[in-house]
Design a protein around this ligand. Structure first.
Ligand SMILES: NC(=O)C1=CN([C@@H]2O[C@H](COP(=O)(O)OP(=O)(O)OC[C@H]3O[C@@H](n4cnc5c(N)ncnc54)[C@H](OP(=O)(O)O)[C@@H]3O)[C@@H](O)[C@H]2O)C=CC1
Ligand SMILES: Nc1nc(=O)c2c([nH]1)NC[C@@H]1CN(c3ccc(C(=O)N[C@@H](CCC(=O)O)C(=O)O)cc3)C=[N+]21
Length: 286
């Protein structure tokens, strides 16, 4: 029997616990605040932004979106970030990626104050992650680790194979898995014989944006398969990067799309926003 790794159910349980924490914080005068900057219109970002605010409202986090047109200048975006860096009611700042071509992603991520960088994309936080120091970690990989933990899936000593090396998923996930003592292989579009690598995986993580590209023949029997993809297939239906119908019977456990990694990403973001806001309670920040 294949276990379905139910991200929605797991996220709901984590959020119930978090609501209590937020309620206590509010009683002490601190409402966690999350600012989201959305530039232009990326469909995956649109889903993410909508679900984030829905979840934040439910647990009592104050969240708002600053929408900017796709034509916005880098200077205007940086000015907005500076304003949020200085706003004492904002604990976490998140800039939706990807950004339009005229804007340097590096310049934007460098501009976010590291102590408000709820996505963990600032080089200081990336450095902390890779040196295994405590800090904020990108929400999607953090959510994935929480999901594995909830299902008590062992990581230490396992062969973990990641397909995709983006800054928002593949790379930070590699660091977290390494910190958890997995043996980690990173693959990408230039990997020779991808299937030879994926077939070695006890734990297979896929984040490519290529609809249903992972097929049965690429997966070891009994593997745990985590599908990060949020893609549209030819018929316009939301699917993952894994061909679920083929792969699920072969896997010991697998995430569905939707209802897998997506809700865990949101939960992770909420957890980390609350962590950042806790510093206000201790009086150490601002
Ligand atoms: N549910 C969630 O929480 C989230 C979902 N997503 C979804 O995950 C997917 C990936 O997102 P993201 O990481 O931002 O994507 P990017 O486009 O930034 O990166 C994709 C990666 O996949 C690699 N890749 C592409 N095609 C292949 C291939 N045929 N074989 C092997 N590797 C390949 C690329 O290789 P190379 O580097 O060589 O180009 C690249 O490293 C998307 O569907 C996105 O919508 C993303 C973030 C969060
Ligand atoms: N700075 C930044 N950080 C990100 O983490 C980031 C980003 N930019 N840009 C876009 C991608 C995409 N992403 C999603 C997260 C959750 C769902 C999600 O909630 N999915 C649900 C709902 C699906 C639906 O409602 O159709 C699910 O899978 O069940 C989707 C997509 C985060 N990303």
């Amino acid at each position: 029997m294949t276990t379905i790794l139910d991200g929605k159910k797991t996220a709901d349980a984590l959020m119930t616990a978090l609501t209590e924490t937020v309620t206590e914080m509010k009683a002490r005068g601190v409402t966690p605040g999350l600012a989201v900057i959305l530039v232009g219109e990326d469909p995956a970002s649109a889903i993410y932004v909508r679900n984030k605010h829905r979840r934040a409202d439910k647990i009592g986090i104050r969240s708002f979106t600053i929408a900017m047109p796709a034509t916005v200048s880098e200077a205007d975006l940086l000015a907005k970030i500076a304003e949020l860096n200085d706003d004492p009611d904002v604990d976490g700042i998140l800039v939706q990626l990807p950004l339009p071509a005229q804007i340097s992603e590096a310049a934007v991520l460098n501009a976010i104050a590291p102590e408000k960088d709820v996505d963990g994309f600032h080089p200081v936080n990336v450095g902390r992650l890779w040196t295994n120091e405590p800090g904020v970690v990108a929400s999607t990989p953090f959510g994935i680790m929480q999901l594995l933990k909830a299902y008590q899936i062992p990581v230490a000593g396992k062969n973990a194979v990641i397909v995709g090396r983006s800054n928002i998923v593949g790379r930070p996930l590699a660091a977290l898995l390494l910190n958890a003592s997995a043996t980690v292989t990173m693959t990408h579009s230039q990997t020779a014989d991808l299937a030879a690598h994926t077939r070695q995986a006890d734990l297979l993580f896929v984040a490519t944006g290529r609809p249903e590209m992972i097929t049965e023949d690429m997966v070891k029997a009994g593997a745990v398969v985590v599908d990060v993809g949020m893609d549209r297939n030819a018929a316009g239906k939301l699917v993952g990067d894994v061909n679920f119908a083929e792969v699920a019977p072969r896997a010991s456990a697998i995430t569905p799309v939707p209802g897998g990694v997506g809700p865990m990403t949101i939960a992770a973001l909420m957890m980390q926003t609350v962590e950042l806001a806790k510093r206000r309670l201790n009086g150490s920040a601002k």
